[in-house]
Design a protein around this ligand. Structure first.
Ligand code: PBG
Length: 322
């Protein structure tokens, strides 16, 4: 039966009606807030390219973690900016490294929060690549041990989920084996399985000081035009023992997210990355768009495409409104 019997507008007339037939909604439980941790005390420095985002010292990050837990956000993901870097990324798995200290402090002070840690070497290497170098080549197999040790040190510091974002082949299996061998069989792996070599990471690299000193990450992160390949990546990570999968970035990759939703039953996360956040904020500051509405629209589209969890810099702001 079509028009005039069928009238799609009947169910759009009022907000109560729209609420009744709404297919997807954002909940505080869906959100994970990324947090940047730096050395020092009392530090709360704004990140210029990400309005509303700060780099916190350990004492301050605990306060921020408390605040977001009180808002009902269930998890945070930690990124560390160490004071010194070297070729091996020694800071990544240091017992008293920046993420390890932050993780311990948050796990102790805010038990209501799930601490997730980003496992990668790029914030800790002086060359800024995600693995160990041989000449100008990022060596896959040699990097696995460093990544596995990093994950174990995060688990030891109280992380309940580790999230490898390096895109080395075999890292999930290496991390799972290392965690199990050290008695951390209950620590989960959220794998950045379909992570693309994206221009949208720009502001993050400024915040995390992790821009590669030479070259780029296209030799290990995925090529943006590829879709089928993402399913292979995700399947492999599941076979290696990933508990949850992530697609990153989010908005330009909603097709990948929808594919993943159809193909896998595990919890799916999407990372609404720094550039995606910055674009909305920047246009909002210029008065070109309504940034709050645009942010909600962007985030709900990520849910609609199939994500269970969204990593977003807007998590706290949004949780306040929900
Ligand atoms: C580390 C890592 C990156 C992001 C998350 N983990 C940067 C990169 O791969 O260059 C990006 C997050 C964002 O842009 O918000 N490898």
């Amino acid at each position: 039966m079509s028009f005039p019997v069928t009238r799609m507008r009947r169910l759009r007339r009022t907000e109560p009606l729209r609420r009744m037939v709404r297919e997807h909604r954002l909940a505080r439980e869906d959100l994970i807030l990324p947090l940047f941790v730096v050395e020092g005390r009392g530090v709360r420095e704004p990140v210029a390219s990400m309005p509303g985002v700060h780099r916190f010292s350990v004492d301050q990050v605990v306060l921020e973690a408390k605040r977001v837990a009180d808002l009902g956000v269930p998890g945070v993901i930690l990124f560390g900016i160490p004071s010194s870097k070297d070729a091996r990324g020694s800071g990544a798995d240091a017992e008293d490294g920046i993420v390890q200290r932050a993780s311990r402090a948050i796990a102790d002070a805010v038990p209501a929060l799930c601490v997730i840690t980003d496992v990668c070497l790029c914030e800790y290497t002086d060359h800024g690549h995600c693995g160990l170098l041989h000449g100008e080549e990022v060596e896959n197999d040699a990097s696995l041990e460093r990544l596995a040790r990093t994950a174990v040190s995060h688990a030891r510091a109280g992380a309940s989920i580790v999230a490898p974002s390096d895109m080395m082949d075999g890292r999930v299996a290496a991390i799972r084996a290392a965690l199990d061998a050290e008695g951390f069989e209950q620590v989960a792996i959220l794998s950045y399985a379909a992570k693309y070599a994206s221009a949208f990471y720009g502001p993050f690299r400024e915040a995390a000081e992790s821009t590669p000193a030479f070259g780029d990450r296209r030799g290990y992160q995925m090529d943006p035009p590829n879709r089928r390949e993402a399913l292979r990546e995700m399947r492999l990570d599941l076979e290696e023992g990933a508990d949850m999968l992530m697609v990153k970035p989010a908005l330009s990759y909603l097709d990948i997210l929808a594919d993943a939703r159809r193909s896998f039953d595990v919890p799916l996360a999407a990372y609404h990355v720094s550039g995606e956040y910055a674009m909305i904020k920047a246009a909002g500051e210029r008065g070109w768009i309504d940034a709050d509405r645009a942010m909600e629209e962007a985030l709900v589209s990520i849910k609609r495409a199939g994500a269970d969890l969204i990593l977003t810099y807007a998590a706290a702001d949004l949780a306040e409104k929900l």
